[in-house]
Design a protein. Structure first.
Length: 343
């Protein structure tokens, strides 16, 4: 599925970061257990398709098996380094299960290994090695007409994985084949490439067309991006009401950026009747998912007492969380609150 592994890019604050949305309901994470007696050498990692981690580098190595329907059947933590098993590793397993459940639909039962690295913000960057199902297998199945494999081959060429260098033109061709067969993720991916001008000239109308095709299948990122194009008039006539319509659909499915966009519109009365209480509700939904802008805006509402009961303690808390993610606005507000408290 497109954008499962890294973020793609954003046209503006209102446009979705390119992140795959899980289509499976959340599942309870298994207990994380480490096999501390196992010895993992450089050769062990090489055999699994990984470069050995640098000494002291944080990682979680997880083994999982898919059943015949493509669902995760079993999972176990094989090894960790510098991570608290009761916290970070368990979080890794939980996040991984939620995100990967619908991302491999190979008909055969196969085992895979996943290598987690925490990034600077404490979230996990999923770098998935596929020693048994790589570009060769995806390309072969893609040539046989398998839309999922075609989309997967497009992803591999888009990002560049293993020995494969990024190649937008090849990614575009694979995504087109899958999109023509109705694969919603490929349709969304194709829309992004037409919008960003990657592997093809920027063509707003075609971007909107493919977003619409994917959105009809409830592809969550396509719904958000349709909200964006109607909000900005990219390839369509600007229409705030339609922007709100698509943001609502994506927000209902749990899309944090759409929740933020919707909150902003309720706060400012754009395309909807102004309703600051409802704005606060959507800001909180996005903030609870770690959306930096929503954290800042929710802090601002608490500071001013708009849509929520005024609470400087809650304002400080949300500003602090936003500042930890790099929000300069939040850091500035915290400094101002501290200065005011001294006077």
């Amino acid at each position: 599925m497109k954008l499962l592994f890294t973020t793609f890019s954003t046209l503006a604050l209102a446009l979705a970061t390119v992140t795959a949305a899980p289509t499976q309901p959340p599942v309870e994470a298994p207990t994380a257990e480490a096999s501390t007696q196992e010895i993992w050498t450089d050769e062990t990692f090489e055999a699994l398709g990984y470069a050995a981690p640098a000494e002291g580098q944080d990682f979680v190595l997880i083994d999982y098996t898919l059943d015949d329907s493509g669902e995760i059947d079993q999972m176990r933590v094989l090894k960790t380094s510098n991570l608290d098993l009761t916290d970070s590793a368990a979080q890794a397993v939980s996040q991984f299960r939620d995100k990967v459940a619908d991302s491999y639909r190979d008909a055969e039962r196969i085992e895979k290994i996943v290598y987690f690295r925490p990034d600077g913000t404490g979230d996990f960057d999923y770098r998935i090695a596929e020693p048994l199902l790589g570009l060769s297998a995806s390309s072969e199945k893609g040539r046989e007409g398998d839309a999922f494999a075609q989309n997967r081959a497009g992803e591999i060429y888009y990002y560049g994985m293993g020995d494969v260098l990024p190649d937008f033109e090849k990614a575009f061709r694979w995504f087109t084949q899958a999109a023509d067969q109705g694969n919603a993720d490929a349709q969304y991916n194709l829309g992004v490439m037409y919008q960003m001008g990657e592997g093809v000239d920027v063509q707003p109308e075609k971007a909107v067309f493919w977003y619409q095709q994917a959105a009809e299948q409830k592809q969550i990122n396509a719904l958000n991006n349709l909200g964006y194009v109607y909000a900005t008039g990219f390839g369509v006539e600007k229409d705030d009401a339609l922007a709100v319509k698509y943001y609502k659909q994506a927000a209902k499915l749990g899309h944090a950026t759409s929740q933020f966009n919707l909150a902003y519109r309720y706060e400012n009365g754009q395309g909807v009747e102004k309703d600051v209480k409802r704005a606060a509700k959507y800001y909180r939904q996005a903030a609870d998912q770690g959306h930096e802008g929503a954290m800042y805006c929710l802090g601002r509402l608490y500071e001013m007492g708009q849509g929520v009961d005024r609470s400087l303690a809650d304002a400080r808390d949300w500003y602090r969380q936003a500042s930890l993610q790099g929000s300069m606005h939040a850091q500035h507000r915290l400094q101002q609150l501290d200065a005011a408290a001294l006077n």
